[in-house]
Design a protein around this ligand. Structure first.
Ligand SMILES: Nc1nc2c(c(=O)[nH]1)N[C@H]1C(S)=C(S)[C@@H](COP(=O)(O)OP(=O)(O)OC[C@H]3O[C@@H](n4cnc5c(=O)[nH]c(N)nc54)[C@H](O)[C@@H]3O)O[C@H]1N2
Ligand SMILES: Nc1nc2c(c(=O)[nH]1)N[C@H]1C(S)=C(S)[C@@H](COP(=O)(O)OP(=O)(O)OC[C@H]3O[C@@H](n4cnc5c(=O)[nH]c(N)nc54)[C@H](O)[C@@H]3O)O[C@H]1N2
Ligand code: SF4
Ligand SMILES: [Mo]
Length: 737
């Protein structure tokens, strides 16, 4: 038996794991006590990595579908087919007729990230979609506007702060997002132990709220109003700190005037929080020796997601807490992806906004991708540029995108679809080909993205611990092979250059790029062979990872010194305040709105839509339940534990209801990623697990107008006790306009 050390690739927390391997099999997975960052912490999902590796349902050879039947084919045949079909569609109908959807696990595999850029370039289509636009897109757009790069994301310095204000995040369960913080619960408890305060704003008294000092309910989708009122109060009461950052002094009067009408008294009814409480919160935040406001999913996936995200930055900045110990800080990772993608920097050209728009709904591009809410309509709507071929890589959009049933139907209309995935699931069952890849411990690992979002600077490289099954391909090899062959079809020069370049890149592997990126990163030794500095070799000598110390102030070096200023008051966002103001007016006039608003939920034993085939994770009580306040249930004649019918503009589902006063009145919660009982999938455990897809209710027409990010928080629904037994949701889904 050998022991190997690695990083859990499942979520942003990048926990260190210690893996006992015998032969080519995992015997056990434990937390790695010597990992300087996670210090032995793991959650129950880490052990389930083994279930995915050895899952009999996992696809281990390329599959081709004919009708309802699937058969194994060789890699040569599979790649030929993909290249011919995609190139054929693009030749006949234009480049944009091919689309790609990249899902969340891509971000956890540095080889897949790098090669996806090459594949996207080879496709040359405007129809690029990723899970970003159902996730943190609002944050990325704000960061581009304010800090000049989507990946310059201010991270709460939670290990040193005295005051943490959390809106729309549940790190006690998610273990932090845009805040890589393994064992986050302990870190939150430590704030209180050192005399600090944790305050949570959430329409549900979440697991994080339960361990906080204070929790306030908020009407879903109104965080921007609350944040505007907090900043308003701080400026009005003379609590703003203008001395720390010149960029704050630059914009303070402009902010004061733009936020003039957002007093706590005016927003209180709309937000569902008293004006006194809002003023008290603003004063406490400003008075704390150090404070940080942190917002995540709940504030990104809402009607005013970009405004809310921006106002989080503004609140931190005007109280002197941006770029300061205990405030919101920027990591200095060994590979500085944020710095490199700033405007005028080597990869700054990747950053762009609204350079083109989607064909059907005229939605703006961001960073070369379009809002994923538009994918179904781009497939359905005839005309020039209609999507006829689709590649999905590590994504399950049928369960992850709003109005998933519509996409489920639309996928059937494609001329060609190929999925790069581990499973035949709700999405990939529609594909003509499924191409299986290596997973988890079968490839090496360097969490480049998450080191750049972490609450502490660390670096860790792990070699593969398992041999991949013989019939699967590394994502790097697969994407580069397809890309180089698509390129070769462009013109004679590409025909000569692309194949040898592709072969060279595949021979070198992503490791070669990692080696160079580390050498020339902020901690590398550059050209000087005698300098001390971080190298791949050094990381390999330290299999538990290397601690690079706490976060340090960076803005002076990045901005002010170069004469470049932060843009704390982007014109597009100042303008969007008018839209926010009108919404306050509407909500205040209609305070007794009798409808219910739907929000989401995560569970420690789930990971989005795809780990429900692990028996150890899904066993036990049904987790896909609708949470509802008892008073909302009473006048609807709804009883605890019964099945109810939930209906929105786009569809209906039947689900078990749980009555609990942890929900705000007027708000119900249903988790996402469930509903695996669809025909044609090969998920023997998940299929038998109860659950419905919340995205059969969420609405592809609801987006944040600035970023194009989907609005999952605050979808209008009705809930009734009338259910039709064994209802077939497919039949009850309302057709789209
Ligand atoms: N209503 C609602 N919807 C949501 C959310 C919500 O909170 N509420 N959350 C959103 C968020 S934050 C996210 S990130 C998205 C996720 O949305 P997606 O990324 O579309 O879906 P996942 O559930 O992450 O599915 C990952 C897919 O990748 C496959 N896979 C796993 N590992 C690998 C691998 O190493 N290689 C390859 N090729 N495939 C792999 C799995 O089998 C699965 O099919 O869902 C979003 N959807
Ligand atoms: N166990 C587990 N961990 C995960 C994942 C998982 O599926 N399972 N997924 C991973 C992924 S891909 C991501 S992106 C992260 C997400 O990480 P988080 O953002 O921390 O996770 P969520 O559970 O989506 O937290 C959103 C919170 O916002 C609240 N909320 C909803 N609407 C509103 C609103 O309008 N205003 C406010 N103030 N709050 C609102 C919800 O009640 C919820 O508590 O988690 C990651 N970690
Ligand atoms: S929190 Fe759990 S799933 Fe996330 S990295 Fe750590 S062990 Fe893996
Ligand atoms: Mo996510």
């Amino acid at each position: 038996m050998t022991i190997g050390y690695a990083t859990c690739p499942l979520c942003e927390a990048i926990c260190g794991i210690s893996v006992d391997v015998e032969g080519n099999k995992i015997v056990s997975i434990r937390g790695d006590d010597q990992d300087p960052f996670s210090k032995g912490y793991i959650c129950p999902k880490a052990a389930a990595l083994e279930d995915i590796h050895s899952d009999p349902d996992r696809i281990r050879t390329p599959l081709r579908r004919s009708g309802d039947r699937w058969h194994e084919i060789s890699w040569a045949e599979a790649i030929d087919d993909v290249v011919e079909k995609i190139a054929g569609v693009q030749k006949q109908y234009g480049r944009n007729a091919a689309a790609i959807y990249l899902g969340n696990p891509v971000a956890h595999n540095y080889g897949a990230i790098l090669s996806s850029f090459v594949l996207m370039d080879a496709l040359g289509t405007h129809n690029v979609f990723t899970s970003n636009s159902v996730d943190g897109l609002a944050r990325l757009v704000t960061s581009s506007m304010v800090f000049g790069s989507p990946l310059m994301i201010p991270i709460p310095d939670i290990d040193r702060t005295c005051f943490l204000l959390i809106l729309g995040a549940n790190p006690a369960v998610s273990n932090g997002s845009h805040m890589t913080a393994p064992g986050c619960k302990k870190r939150l408890a430590a704030i209180r132990e050192r005399g600090g305060k944790v305050i949570v704003i959430d329409p549900r008294r979440s697991e994080t709220a339960l361990i906080a000092d204070e929790h306030h309910f908020i009407r879903p989708g109104t965080d921007a109003m609350l944040l505007a009122a907090l900043v308003h109060t701080i400026i009005e009461e003379g609590l703003a700190v203008r001395e720390r950052l010149p960029a704050v002094a630059d914009v303070l009067s402009e902010l004061a005037s733009s936020l003039r009408t957002f007093s706590p008294e005016r927003v209180a009814t709309a937000v569902g929080m008293g004006a006194h409480a809002i003023r008290a919160l603003a004063r406490a935040f400003a008075a704390a020796p150090s404070a940080v406001c942190y917002g995540r999913m709940g504030i990104c996936v809402q009607e005013f997601g970009t405004l809310a995200t921006w106002l989080v930055d503004v609140l931190n900045a005007v109280t002197g807490n941006l770029d300061r110990t205990g405030g919101a800080m920027f990591p200095t990772p060994a590979i500085d992806i944020g710095g490199l993608t700033r405007k005028n920097k080597p990869f700054g050209g990747l950053v762009g906004f609204d350079r083109f728009r989607s064909r059907v709904r005229n939605l703006p591009e961001f960073n070369g991708e379009l809002p994923a809410s538009a994918l179904a309509e781009e497939i359905e709507t005839e005309g020039e540029g209609q999507v006829r071929a689709l590649i999905t890589q590590a994504g399950n959009p049928v369960l992850s995108l709003p109005n998933g049933r519509r996409l489920d139907r639309a996928l059937e209309k494609l001329d060609f679809m190929v999925s790069i995935d581990l499973y035949k699931n709700e999405t990939t069952r529609h594909a003509d080909l499924i191409l299986p890849t290596t997973f988890g411990l079968e490839h090496d690992h360097y969490p480049a993205v998450f080191h750049a979002l972490a609450v502490r600077n660390t670096a860790k490289y792990s070699p593969p611990l398992l041999m991949p099954p013989p019939g699967v391909s590394h994502e790097w090899d697969l994407a580069l092979e397809v890309a180089s062959r698509l390129w070769a079809k462009r013109n004679w020069a590409a025909r000569v250059i692309a194949p040898p370049l592709g072969r060279l890149a595949r021979w070198a592997g992503p490791r070669a790029f990692l080696r160079w990126a580390l050498r020339f990163g902020p901690r590398g030794k550059g050209w000087n062979p005698f300098a001390r500095g971080l190298t791949l070799g050094k990381l390999e000598e330290h299999p538990h990872g290397i601690d690079l110390g706490p976060l340090e102030p960076r803005l002076d070096a990045l901005f002010e010194a170069g004469g470049d200023r932060l843009h704390l008051a982007p014109p597009l966002l100042l303008k969007d305040l008018d839209r926010l103001s009108s919404r306050i007016h509407e909500l205040t006039g209609n305070a007794e709105d009798a409808g219910l608003l739907l929000i989401g939920r995560r569970d420690l034993r789930t990971n989005n839509s795809w780990m429900h085939n692990s028996h150890r994770l899904v066993k036990g009580p049904n987790r896909c339940t609708l949470l509802m306040h008892p008073e909302d249930a009473e006048h609807r004649g709804i009883e605890n534990g019964k099945r109810v019918c939930v209906t929105s503009r786009v569809g209906s589902v039947e689900v078990e209801v749980k009555l609990t006063d942890t929900m705000m009145r007027g708000v119900v919660s249903l988790p996402h990623g469930w509903g695996h009982d669809r025909e044609g999938t090969d998920l023997s455990v998940a299929q038998k697990t109860p659950g419905v897809s919340v995205n059969d209710l969420t609405d592809d027409m609801l987006i944040d107008k600035v970023s194009g990010c989907t609005n999952f928080s605050g979808v209008h629904v009705t809930v009734s006790s009338t259910v039709v037994n064994n209802i077939d949701v497919k039949e009850t889904s309302l057709e789209q306009s």
